[in-house]
Design a protein around this ligand. Structure first.
Ligand SMILES: C[S@@+](CC[C@H](N)C(=O)[O-])C[C@H]1O[C@@H](n2cnc3c(N)ncnc32)[C@H](O)[C@@H]1O
Length: 260
């Protein structure tokens, strides 16, 4: 799947399908409201931290309709509220925003190479307590300062933008961060023969065509391939669909160290 460069305008209706998948001094001491209306209000509150109607609409839609943010929040909150988290390919740091709303207070470090998205995410996170750290960096060579990072790792819709070799190298690197009880949470598209996979390929083509993504997918792993890589790293893997009400072929892998 090759990316297509260039930029074309996207009508709002198409945007809503494409982009499924407060004030600045806000604190996070309100108890999280997990009812659908509470989740809806939280999406709106986070969206209003961003500048511009287009971006606000994108953030609101993404947080409302993509089940991955809350699935990851649940997985982390089940373990601890404070263990550090590395969000690789964090984009605007939406996961960090969502986790704060859900009452998670651990150190959040997001890494991405798209400075535009990072800038928007940092501006939106200004004043949040505890702060979110959004750093510029490439997943092909993580910043050396992260060598000592230990904690949970998230790869949310990013792995398929790397080549096959880069994916397995990154997963090896992620596994080094995990201590007992930590998890690698990987949400992404898997290659199979389903209609969902076809729709996801079409979406990716549009994302690259509109310039929202700097490049298109490089390699989409199959379930067996992903599971094989993780098991070779001595991780136990649970894999389940996570497409919610979207038409995309999104899966969640939760990988943790086996009992040593
Ligand atoms: C589909 S977006 C997902 C963003 C975020 N995880 C989310 O779900 O809101 C994929 C992100 O991966 C980033 N990305 C892709 N390849 C990368 C690389 N080699 N190094 C750093 N970031 C990368 C892109 O810039 C983009 O922000």
């Amino acid at each position: 799947m090759e990316g297509v460069t260039g930029s074309i305008p996207v009508p709002p209706t198409i945007r809503a399908v494409l982009f499924h998948h407060a004030d600045m001094s806000e604190r996070n001491d309100a108890p999280p409201d997990r009812t659908p209306s509470g989740q809806c209000a939280a999406s709106g509150r986070i969206a209003r931290r961003f500048r511009g109607r287009w971006r606000q609409g994108y953030v609101r839609g993404k947080l409302r309709h993509d089940p991955s943010f809350d699935a990851i929040a649940v997985a982390l909150l089940d373990r601890s509220r404070t263990r550090p988290l590395l969000d690789l390919g964090c984009g605007m740091g939406l996961l960090g925003h969502w986790l704060r709303v859900r009452g998670w207070t651990g150190t959040y470090i997001g890494i991405d190479h798209d400075v535009r998205k990072l800038r928007a995410g940092r501006a939106a996170a200004r004043g949040l307590t505890p702060a979110l750290t959004l750093r510029t960096g490439s997943l092909l060579a993580l910043p050396p300062a992260l060598g000592s990072f230990r904690g949970h790792v998230v790869l949310l819709d990013v792995l398929h933008y790397l080549t096959r070799d880069a994916q397995s190298a990154l997963l090896r690197r992620c596994a080094l961060c995990l201590e007992d009880g930590d998890v690698l949470l990987l949400r992404g598209v898997l290659r199979d023969g389903s209609w969902r996979y076809g729709v996801t390929r079409a979406e990716e083509w549009l994302l690259a065509s509109t310039g929202w993504m700097r490049s298109g997918p490089r390699h989409v792993p199959s379930a067996a391939e992903l599971r094989g890589w993780l098991e070779e790293l001595d991780l136990q893997v649970a894999l389940r669909p996570l497409w919610g009400h979207t038409p995309f072929n999104s899966w969640l892998a939760v990988a943790r160290r086996g009992i040593r």
